[in-house]
Design a protein around this ligand. Sequence first.
Ligand code: IMP
Ligand code: MG
Length: 180
Amino acid sequence: MTMHKDVERILVTEEEAREICKRLGEQISKDYQGKKLLLVSVLKGAVVFMADLLRNITCECEIDFMAVSSYSGAKTTGVVKFKKDLDINPDGRDILLVEDILDSGITLNYLKNVLLDRNAASIRICAFLDKPANRRGDIQADYVGKVIPDEFVIGYGLDYDEKYRNLPYVGILSPKVYAE
Ligand code: IMP
Ligand code: MG
């Protein structure tokens, strides 16, 4: 595959992404057998992962979306903004939060608390990527696709200023791009 000129190095290939979704989908299908699984994806970065993961889940489930933002360019602002709420009532549901990447954890910590306040029966986190180096506070993913080093990554849904989400792999963004 030809690499985009703004990508320094590929961290997750297309094939590896497929294998990750298969592995996580099988595990989730087992764990949520007979439960009221509601997959909640955080827009927009997680849409690609959600779509691939969903097709590997065999137990009964529903999906919904939320939108928040804490990023501006390549830096977190540390403040979570709530931009779109769920359509489905989370009361009594076994919720699996599907995220593109767990970085500081601020976003997921916030969402977890919001959903617990609304009486979700259970809440777990499934993150395609885990970047533990930046973690602030005590939050972990229950299902992790791949642990990655402390680098700003793009592709497979992840953006830099709304671009590169369409790349079918995850790559490290070349630092020359933010210097421009
Ligand atoms: P957290 O609140 O710091 O855990 O940030 C989570 C969100 O920040 C993710 O859903 C991404 O949208 C974004 N993010 C964190 N790290 C990266 C990265 O390396 N590339 C692109 N987006 C990122
Ligand atoms: Mg983002």
